[in-house]
Structure formats: structure tokens, C-alpha cells
Design a protein around this ligand. Structure first.
Ligand code: GLV
Ligand code: MN
Ligand code: MN
Length: 402
């Protein structure tokens, strides 16, 4: 499975993946998913929001055990963020079949669409739509950098955008959703465990800062006559770092758009996107308020107009304790360490976090020796990936077989 996926959407220069929602690379990933489902004799379907499903057993029977993740990527993402969960789901199913277990509940593997939000700016679009956490009207307003609307992108990829919307009947058929994911930090590396269980996802969001000044000639405009929004943006980036350190939160400006974007022109507009996360809501509120206050002060002083828009927000997710405890019990004594499987929180967002408001949800993490993620350098050792598949198979057997 890795060999087949490896070249799809990989940029030859960076070595990173550019699998943006509804792009040619995404469609290739989707075709791969369908082929995997069909090769295993699973019932394949796409739901009304373009998420992919591969069913073993009756999709309509209810109380299903569902596992999966996503196949899209951030710009120059790594190979594992998303695909490790999908590949491991198919591999765990193969493992269960070779164990000859009898399934008492329907089982499904999923690929949720547009998890990263790299193209339209909003993460987890497929699961948010299904769970009713993104309205159809708001989905229609999403545009990519070229101005292409989400429905148009879906349509040109051969999917029907008129069907998108909440899917409560489908979610009601899920008894448990388990997402396996590469860890995006070094907690497991530090404890020396190949696999962990998720406890919670930090609250997090994205804010757009538009700094507007005055375009002018870089070679003739005196410094005192300039209204340069790049300077205010730069001061705001430094303030974000300072506020994050003061509050114990995380704050990142990782994406920027400049107009007119000419080397010899003072910009008229600098648009920067803030990604901020914290362990609790009060800390997140404090850091974002502090950054915005600083930005407004700098803007005021420099004659720059500033608009701040919150583009998305995901509240804290505490994964269901009963299911989490069940996973811990199933995996008790399964590793080589003799210790209980570690339970850890994360600052990364996941479809499992979105779905947790509608269905009992849990996550497994696989050790990432460097902790690097959202980068071509993201890695997980083969032995640890195999340990992840074994753990997922154990969990699915414990939940779906008797
Ligand atoms: C998803 O990977 C996110 O947390 O940004
Ligand atoms: Mn990611
Ligand atoms: Mn992911």
C-alpha cells in the first residue's frame, strides 16, 4: 500500500506531498482507496459530502465500528499524517481476517475529505459537514487561492456538490469511531512506547489579519512618507511569539499573502493567517486577545487599517472516557514494555475530534521519533507502524468481534 501511495502528489523538489482537496492528486488517492476496498470485497460508497467508506458487513445495520483517517495533505506534508491511519485500517482488517475472527458488528474504513483545509482554509470540511458543524451556506462561501469555490471544485472532480450537508442518519449508524494517526510530537519517543491512546485535543483556531496600507514606489518614497503594512505585520508576528511565551500557548503565522507582491513596491495589503492553540480555552482567549491588541496598537501608530476575522474554531475535545478505557483495557499488556499504554493529549486537530460531538470516538497514536510533522521530514519507523496495525487490529477485534 505504501509503495502505491508514495508517488501520488509528491513534489519532486521538496519531496513533500501536495494532496489538496479535489485536486488531481486527491482524486488519485481516492481512486487508490476505492481499489483497496474493492480488492478486499468491501462495499464501497461515497457519502453526500464526498467522504469515502469501505464496509465489511451491512452498512445499514447500525452500531458499526468505523476506523480511518484522511489522505489529503498540507503544503509539502509528510507521508504519514493521514495516510498512516487509512493504510493501517486496511492492514488491520487484513490482520483480523487472517486471525479468522467472527465479526458481530459491521466494520468500515473511511477516508474523510479535506481534513487539512490546505486549499479552502477550513480544516476537516468532510467531517464538519457530516456532523452539522459547517453549514451548507458557509461551505458554499469557501474559496481557494484562485477564487474557485468549494462546490465548483467538487463538481469538476466529478462529485455532486448539491448533496452536501448534515448526515445524522449515517453518523447514527456508528457505534464507535477509532482513528489511528502518527504522533505529531515526541511524547511517545520520550516514554519509549510505540503506541499511545489520545486523551484530548486542545482548542484551536485560525484568524486572518488584513493589514492595509498604501502601495508606492520602493525607490522613491521617503521612509517617513510610507504606510507600509509589512512593518505592522512583522511587529505582530513578534508580538504573537511574545504573547505565546507569556501565556503558555502556541501561536504561528505560517501563511501570508501580499499585494501587489512586487519586489520594488511597498505593499498595499499584507494578509497573515494566525494559527493558535492552547491546552484550555481561557489561555487560548488570552493569547489571541493579546496578539490582536498588540496588532491594533501597531496599526494605529503607523496609519495602517486592520481587520481581524476568525475563520475557524474547534473547541476542546475530551475523548469519551468509556471508549478510551476500553481501548486501554484491550491493549493492556500488549506491548513489549509491560507498562500500560500511555494516554496523551495533542494540539493537532483531527476528524475524530469533530466526530466526537456525535459519536463515541477514540484515537491511537504511533510514535514519531523526531516529532516532526507537516513537513517532508515526518517519519515513523516500520516496526512502530506494524505495532500500530497490531494495536488497531486488537482494538477492532475487541470492539467488533466476540
Ligand atoms: C491538522 O493537522 C491540524 O491540526 O492543523
Ligand atoms: Mn495534519
Ligand atoms: Mn492528520
Amino acid at each position: 500500500m505504501w509503495r502505491e501511495l508514495a508517488p501520488v502528489g509528491r513534489h519532486p523538489d521538496s519531496g513533500g506531498y501536495r494532496r489538496y482537496a479535489w485536486s488531481a492528486a486527491d482524486l488519485e488517492c481516492r481512486a487508490w482507496f476505492r481499489a483497496q476496498a474493492e480488492a478486499r470485497g468491501l462495499t464501497y460508497e461515497t457519502d453526500r459530502n464526498g467522504n469515502q467508506w469501505a464496509w465489511l458487513g451491512d452498512p445499514l445495520a447500525g452500531d458499526a465500528v468505523v476506523t480511518g483517517s484522511h489522505l489529503d495533505s498540507v503544503p509539502d506534508g509528510g507521508a504519514f499524517d493521514g495516510p498512516l491511519g487509512v493504510v493501517s485500517s486496511f492492514a488491520a482488517l487484513d490482520e483480523l481476517r487472517s486471525r479468522g475472527v467472527a465479526f458481530t458488528r459491521p466494520l468500515a474504513v473511511t477516508n474523510f475529505g479535506d481534513e487539512e483545509g490546505a486549499r479552502f482554509g477550513l480544516a476537516c470540511v468532510g467531517s464538519r459537514l457530516a456532523a452539522g458543524q459547517l453549514t451548507v451556506a458557509d461551505a458554499h462561501r469557501l474559496r481557494d487561492a484562485d477564487g474557485i469555490a468549494l462546490p465548483a471544485a467538487m463538481e469538476s472532480a466529478g462529485y455532486d456538490p448539491d448533496t452536501i450537508g448534515p448526515d445524522p442518519e449515517r453518523l447514527a449508524r456508528i457505534g464507535a469511531f477509532v482513528e489511528l494517526h502518527v504522533e505529531q510530537g515526541r511524547a511517545l519517543d520520550l516514554t519509549g512506547d510505540p503506541v499511545g491512546i489520545a486523551s484530548a485535543i486542545w482548542p484551536h483556531g485560525r484568524w486572518r489579519f488584513d493589514f492595509r496600507g498604501e502601495a508606492n514606489h520602493a525607490g522613491t518614497t521617503r521612509l517617513v512618507d510610507r504606510r507600509d503594512p509589512m512593518l505592522t505585520y512583522a511587529e505582530t508576528v513578534l508580538a504573537a511569539r511574545r504573547e505565546a511565551e507569556l501565556t503558555g500557548a502556541l501561536a504561528t503565522f505560517g501563511k501570508i499573502a501580499v499585494e501587489p507582491n512586487g519586489v520594488n513596491a511597498i505593499p498595499s495589503l499584507v494578509r497573515g493567517w494566525l494559527d493558535s492553540r492552547a491546552a484550555d480555552q481561557a489561555t487560548l482567549d488570552a493569547v489571541v486577545t493579546g496578539i490582536e491588541r498588540a496588532a491594533r496598537e501597531y496599526a494605529e501608530r503607523a496609519g495602517i487599517d486592520l481587520d481581524v476575522v476568525r475563520e475557524s474554531f474547534t473547541p476542546v475535545v475530551e475523548f469519551e472516557h468509556a471508549l478510551r478505557d476500553e481501548l486501554a483495557k484491550i491493549l493492556e499488556g500488549s506491548g513489549d514494555t509491560g507498562r500500560p499504554v500511555p494516554v496523551l493529549g495533542t494540539g493537532a486537530g483531527h476528524d475524530a475530534g469533530i466526530l466526537s460531538a456525535s459519536v463515541p470516538t477514540a484515537m491511537l497514536f504511533v510514535r514519531n521519533p523526531t516529532g516532526i510533522s507537516h513537513s517532508p521530514a515526518e517519519h515513523a519507523a516500520e516496526d512502530d507502524c506494524v505495532a500500530g496495525v497490531r494495536a488497531l487490529a486488537d482494538v477492532l477485534e475487541g470492539l467488533a468481534c466476540s
